[in-house]
Every structure is written in C-alpha cells, then in structure tokens.
Ligand binder design. Structure first.
Ligand SMILES: C[S@@+](CC[C@H](N)C(=O)[O-])C[C@H]1O[C@@H](n2cnc3c(N)ncnc32)[C@H](O)[C@@H]1O
Length: 359
C-alpha cells in the first residue's frame, strides 16, 4: 500500500479522538508516581484534615520542600485530583476525591490501585522474558510490594461488602457463623478477609491458608494488630492439600484464577467441607466472552492478569492460567469438576462476582 493510499484512508476526527484518549492515558500513567508520593508524604490526608491551603501553608503543615510541592500541586490540579482557586491561590481536596485518595474506609478508596500499577511496571522484565519462554513468574518472585499492593487494592471491597452483603447472601451461612462455625480462607494473602470475618463472628474459628510464607507472616501481624488472634490463625498451605476437615465454610477471595491447578483445589475443598458446607468464591467481575469485558474494568483486570495472575498460575503445577477475566461459565466448569453439585451467583459488585458452591 502506498503512502498516498494510507493518507487517503485516514479519518482526522478519529485520529484526534484517539490522540485525546492517548493524552488522557499517558496523563493517568504519569500520575502513578505523583499520587503515591502524595500518599506516602501524607499530602492528601493533610489537605483533607486542614482544608484549602496555599503551597507554602501545605509545605509547612506536611514538612516538605515548597518548590517540589508547587510542581506536584500544579500537576494534581491539572489532573482534576485537587481543586485550585486562582483568587486565593489555594488548593483543596474535594470530598469526592477525598473518598478515592484519603479515606481508607471508603468503598472507592483506590490508592491500592496506584500501588498495583507501580508493581505491574516493576514486573515488566520478568513477565516480558516469560512471554518468550512460556514459563511462569512465581508469586514470591514478583515486584517487591506487589503483595501489599494487591491486599490494599482489594481491602476496600471486603471492608464494605464482605460482612454486610456477601456473607448474608449465602444460604444459611451467617446463622452458622453467629452460632460458631469452622472456616478456612484459602489463598488468604495478607489476611484482610480473614481478619474482617474473625472480628465480625467471634464464636467462629478461622484459618487462613496461603502458599506464600511472607504473606502468612504479614497476615499474622494483621491479626495481632486487630486483636483477633483468639479465633484467627494463619498457616502456610496449598489450596490442593491444606490440612483439616469438617469445615462449614471455605472461602477463596480473588485467588482461584491465580492457582496452577484450580480443579485440584476444587476437589480438595469439596472433601474438606462438611456435607452441608459452603464454598464461597469471590472472583473479579467478568463476562464470559472477550467482547463483554472490553470496558474500563476489564481493561484493568486484563492488565493485572497479564502481569500477575497468568504468570503466577503458569509457575505452578498444571498451569491452568484461567486469567482474571475467566467469567462465570469457565469458573463453573472448574468448580463442578471438584464434585460440587450446585453453583449460584449469590451477589455481585461492579468489581466482583460472589459465587456460592454446595456439595
Ligand atoms: C490476588 S491474591 C489475593 C489474596 C487475598 N485473598 C486477597 O484477596 O487480598 C492471590 C493469592 O493466592 C495465593 N495463591 C496462589 N496460588 C495458590 C495456591 N496454589 N495455593 C495457595 N495459595 C495460592 C497467592 O499467594 C496470593 O496470596
């Protein structure tokens, strides 16, 4: 095709729209480091607690260099992350932005997402090499802070939905937990889900299992800090051979798709449950077909899946590599292969589907 032919086909409006999208995408990518600096140095939290401030006032309150801060504040105002009033030369954190940047309890707190973006970049060389070799990158070999980033990313969803909505959506589970049940939280990572459940149901006993020893160490520390060591403990264990029998409830939070052998895990979970037990599977929200997931949430999950989930699964035996956007149909196939008779979507959020499987 000649250059003249290519030029003749070029639609300038489409090009301009796409350049606009690229500017916005690059703007977001360039914000990752700045947002994390704002978080680490307490700049958002100071603006939230003290209200609108000039550069000098914030520099003093947060104890940072005003020249750096002026540049940072200018970027943040241009990003619509902060508001700027030219009449007073003050910057402020609007309440909506505060929910995203400065309130850990908010359902839309997204600082973990920015940490996760930094971890994806840090993973690049290992994953790039794996594209060539077809091998995996083990969970423990990935970016330095990837585990804390993942835990921080998912925590707002669990904090706001797990006890209030997800567990009550399962048949008969809440009553069992209130009376005193035996629960295993598989692939528990840093254990936020386990700690939240242990706090809410003091008569029940919770064991978090994960195959990553450093995560188990951090989970134990979280349990200690939150005063739930009496009914929550954490052990290193694989999903397909963790110890224990007679569980009333087994949970898997955003981890089934990361496992090398999710079918093996399903079979092991099935035999570890009481005959009337429940397996709760929380997985990233996804439709069954690729075209259902070509949206902003799918875009983020496919990125994390490429850089974290698929390499993790491929580093393990079997290496099923379901991917973070496996979709309910594929997940059902895995779950029923383990001997579960019924699978039901108990509830959902824009980010997660909550499946209930029964023997
Ligand atoms: C995306 S993280 C989710 C962690 C935690 N459930 C949460 O929601 O914050 C996936 C977790 O699965 C664990 N994992 C992956 N494969 C596993 C396996 N075969 N057995 C046990 N844990 C596994 C990883 O170590 C990691 O902690």
């Amino acid at each position: 095709m000649s250059n003249t032919q290519t030029e003749a086909k070029l639609d300038e409006n489409k090009l301009n729209t796409f350049i606009g999208q690229m500017l916005s995408d690059l703007g977001g990518a360039s914000s990752v480091a700045l947002v994390r600096i704002g978080d680490a140095l307490g700049l958002y939290r100071t603006l939230k607690s003290k209200g609108a401030m000039t550069t000098e006032e914030l520099a003093k309150a947060a104890n940072v260099n005003p020249r750096y801060l002026r540049e940072w504040l200018s970027n943040q105002a241009a990003s619509n992350y902060l508001a700027y009033d030219p009449a007073t030369a003050k910057f402020s954190l609007p309440p909506e932005q505060a929910m995203v940047f400065a309130d850990e309890t908010s359902p839309v707190y997204m600082m973990g997402g920015f940490d996760l973006m930094a971890a994806l970049l840090e993973n690049q060389s290992k994953v790039q090499a794996a594209f060539k070799s077809g091998g995996g990158v083990a969970w423990g070999e990935q970016a330095g802070c990837m585990f804390c980033a993942v835990a921080r990313f998912f925590r707002p969803g669990y904090h706001n939905h797990l006890v209030s909505q997800w567990l009550p959506a399962l048949e008969g589970v809440q009553a069992k937990l209130e009376r005193g049940a035996k629960v295993a939280d598989i692939g528990c990572g840093h254990g936020w889900s386990t700690v939240l459940m242990a706090k809410a149901f003091p008569k029940s006993q919770f064991t978090g299992f994960d195959f990553h020893p450093d995560s188990i160490r951090d989970a134990r520390a979280h349990a200690d800090r939150h005063g739930v060591t009496a009914n929550a403990r954490f052990e290193v264990g694989l999903a397909k051979d963790y110890p224990g029998q007679g569980f009333d409830l087994v949970t898997c939070f955003d981890c089934l798709h990361d496992m090398g052998d999710p079918k093996g895990a399903a079979a092991h979970i099935r035999q570890s449950l009481k005959p009337d037990g429940t397996w709760m599977i929380v997985e990233p929200m996804a439709g069954d077909a690729l075209q259902d997931n070509l949206n902003p949430v799918g875009r983020l999950f496919y990125a994390a899946s490429t850089m974290i989930c698929v390499p993790t699964s491929l580093s393990q035996e079997v290496g099923t590599a379901l991917g973070a956007q496996a979709g309910e149909a594929r997940l059902r196939e895995v779950i029923t292969s383990g001997g579960f008779k019924t699978v039901r979507r108990a509830t959902e959020t824009p980010f997660n589907m909550i499946l209930e499987a029964r023997p």
